[in-house]
Write a protein that binds this ligand. Sequence first.
Ligand code: GAP
Length: 461
Amino acid sequence: MQELTTMEKIVALCKRRGFIYQGSEIYGGMAGMYDFGPYGVELLNNLKAAWWKEHVQIRENYFGLDSAMFKDPRVWEASGHTSGFSDPLSECKKCNTRIRVDKELENVGVVADEKMSEVELGALFTEHKAKIHCPKCGTNEFTPVRAFNLLVKTNMGDFTGENQVPVYLPGEACQGIYLNFKNVIDTTRAKVPFGIAQIGKAFRNEISPRNFLFRTRELEQADTQFFVRPHENKDAYERIKRERFQWYRNMGIREDNLRWKQHANLVFYASDAWDIEYNFPTLGFDELEGIHDRTDYDLTQHGKYSGVDLSYTDPHTGEKYVPWILETSVGLGRMFLAFLSDAYTEDKLGGETRTVLRLAPSLAPIKVAVFPLLKNKPELVSKAKEIYKTLQPIFMTEFDDNGNVGKRYRRQDEIGTPYCVTVDFESLEDGTVTIRDRDTGSQERVKIDKLTAVLLDKLKS
Ligand code: GAP
């Protein structure tokens, strides 16, 4: 089994190579906010494309959607978020640092039931308070526990007068799917059972955002909601669980680093919930993706609050019912972190230690890098530029003539580029170039006029 790397090394690589930057960095940085840099956005887009292909493109009964982020504020009342979407908060009496009580209890081995009232949780906190210390100043004097709502509220329209409309940023991306359930049925050939897939942003006023991309205040979720006939949820639920686990395996995540966890305590909308956990560096196993049986909760609630009948009539039997919903939901930041950590390897090549990202070629930010052997030989540079221009419309390609070739290889290894093409003096004589393989370091010579076809073939496999 490959030794796990540390979060520190992943964070350093992300910064060094332009995958992730701290949000608002030049203003001192903002907690729980990250920007995806040039290589980060490529990896992120490749992950989204792979996920979309799996859940929309190759399916017959899944439909894509991209719903507006701002929604009628009643949506969040119907969904239960204005009343039930909160975390238990307490404040250090000395330095006012806020802590998330359930997480601090977990850290000292006490698991709080998600259904506990504020009073019950407060009593549990008091019982174990002696073991819990403020992460900033170390004292253990805290204010009473209170529920802290995670929805982010803002205003819309006339910002000065009393016509201001308070609206919420989405607490979870999936609500737009429920609002469009009827639209999708009316405008496509969708028949229950069917699914709707969406990638969308969500915002949560997390009390203590931490662990890099693992817990952030702004996140993106890739969701599928699968609508089934009531009580016909079990087989579909098992199929969906199997498929999601297998997808991570197919995309190259090592099996040792994945496992299942069933929720003992369920959130307010779920009747069964399983997490796919990933063995995150430094954190250990923790939630990567949630797979929830939401019953008829969502469509019933939105039917009630909107006054629109969201039941479904079976076109064959005429049977009318409110479908049950099976959900898969994964944060793309966590997915990004899992794929990056899984691919991160330190090995020895040609007697030198190197860092290499062994990403599946389809996920690699750059597919091909093109180098002239020497920067100060114009004939090599112009030939390499010519090849670069030919490959650019077909692959994400990078040109590099900085430093020596060895350094350029190291750089491409660290960003996970599967192939590097070098133009040398032989190229000028016989029209061939070398292709160097990221994982083995081995090189082969190929004719320039065959290069695109050879690379296409290699990247496909
Ligand atoms: N619609 C269901 C839902 O939102 P969730 O378990 O709260 O369920 C689903 O979130 C997924 O979103 C999680 O499994 C995780 O991958 C991601 N996620 C949730 N909160 C997050 C946060 N603060 N930062 C990063 N990712 C988060």
